[in-house]
Design a protein around this ligand. Structure first.
Ligand code: COA
Length: 388
């Protein structure tokens, strides 16, 4: 039985900061951000947006077109959840007015949470082929103003419907994975700013890629020549290529050229949105599918997921006949082009406007554009959401 991604939705905030301008403001050569790190623009969420509103916005791209009576699971993968106990998934379920007889929960393992949700959904559909599962990967990457990680911030969400006989891409049962207890990136519960050992996390990402890929090659007998493209988790667009470069020299020239060209296409959206943690690998997939004119039904795509702390997983999927019909290339590009550019000062104000870690009531600026869903504020320590 084929199981995989039947529908894809994407949302990122309507505001961004230009990274050449940010570099100049920080006294850094803009080429470091644009060429060295590989980021040109960064999505900036107003306080009225969080993983719940962004996740609901991403799913709203297709949720009214699917048979909701088949839905058996709603999973939110996130590492920037809105509560240490209650899942954001149940709020998304309610905002989207989805059926109540559905298993609904949130998963956390840094940037791996989206893939963890996807694999749980795959197993669920394998056991219940007539059911579907909604998986949302949503995050706001925050390292702090003028921090080393600032250039790799971002915000957004990807929603995926997992089903039998998927319309876009299968998820093959061929995963190779590994986990280890390391401190390369983490976020204590008392802060909304991530802590990262930048160089160490980059080294660990590469190491996990190499080990997962070696294990995958051994267990499947496949090689890079068998793949039309490899999508990688993209904390910044240079990261996946750093890992791929360690294995590409073993390949023939044609394979190297193909993997490099498809990789470049997979980075188009991340370059403009930034890091969306759990959703970054799936943002790369959407970017590739909507940018490339060199992909065909039947092509095998590789997927490398990495979540600090750390878990790595490599798996593959086959593109399905007519997959392009189910994408929203024009809509996504128009959204990116229509966003409002913030000055560095406006970005800093928006960055600092976030709902504070405090018990006091808080009202967000609801005049800012948030798509179809909005966090209006916090009253008596309860977050209040509206569907616009
Ligand atoms: N023009 C072009 N390239 C330039 C440049 C310039 N003027 N100045 C520097 N660069 C290049 C560097 O040579 C380097 O390239 P390389 O990675 O190919 O060696 C790149 O820009 C980054 O420079 P570096 O000095 O290493 O950056 P940094 O110390 O500021 O750290 C991160 C970069 C990504 C590690 C940092 O932003 C971070 O900690 N991010 C958060 C954690 C993260 O995303 N981890 C990833 C794994 S999950």
């Amino acid at each position: 039985m084929k199981i995989g991604i039947d529908r894809l939705g994407l949302y990122s905030p309507n505001y961004y900061v230009d990274l050449a301008e940010l570099a100049t403001a920080r006294g850094v050569d803009p080429n470091k951000f644009i060429i060295g790190i590989g980021q040109s623009e960064q999505a900036v969420p107003p306080a009225a947006e969080d993983v719940v509103t962004m996740g609901a916005n991403a799913a709203s791209e297709f949720i009214d077109d699917i048979d909701q009576s088949k839905l058996g699971m709603v999973i939110l993968g996130t590492e920037t959840g809105i509560d240490a106990s209650k899942s954001g998934a149940v709020i998304i379920q309610n905002l989207l007015q989805l059926p109540k007889h559905v298993r609904t929960y949130e998963i956390k393992q840094a940037c791996y949470g989206g893939t963890a949700g996807l694999m749980a959904a795959r197993d669920y559909v394998a056991a219940h082929p007539d059911r579907t599962a909604l998986v949302i990967a949503a995050d706001i990457a925050r390292y702090g103003l003028a921090s080393g990680g600032e250039v790799t911030q971002g915000a957004g969400a990807v929603a995926m419907l997992i089903s039998a006989d998927p319309k876009i891409m299968t998820i093959e049962d061929d995963s190779a994975f590994l986990s280890d207890d390391i401190m390369d990136f983490w976020r204590p519960v008392y802060t909304d700013l991530a802590l990262a050992k930048g160089k160490y996390s980059t080294e660990k990402y590469i190491e996990f890629f190499q080990q997962a890929w070696a294990e995958y090659k051994q267990s499947t007998g496949l090689d890079l020549a068998d793949f039309a493209a490899i999508n990688c988790h993209l904390p910044y667009t240079k990261m996946g290529m750093k890992a791929l470069k360690t294995v590409l020299p073993d390949e023939d020239e044609q394979t190297q050229a193909r993997i490099n060209a498809r990789y470049a296409e997979s980075t188009n959206y991340s370059r403009r949105i930034g890091n969306i943690y759990t959703g970054s690998l799936y943002l790369a997939l959407i970017s590739l599918l909507e940018s490339s004119t060199d992909l065909h039904a039947g092509d095998r795509l590789g997927m490398f997921s990495y979540g600090s702390g750390a878990v790595g997983e490599f798996y593959s999927g086959f593109l399905q006949e007519g997959y392009a019909t189910y994408l929203n290339k024009d809509g996504h590009l128009q959204h990116l082009n229509d966003r409002k550019k913030l000055s560095v000062a406006e970005y800093e104000t928006m960055f600092n406007s976030k709902v504070p870690y405090a018990a006091a009531d808080f009202a967000t600026d609801t005049t800012l554009n948030t798509g179809k869903f909005q966090l209006t504020g916090v009253v008596d320590q309860e977050r209040k959401y509206v569907r616009l």
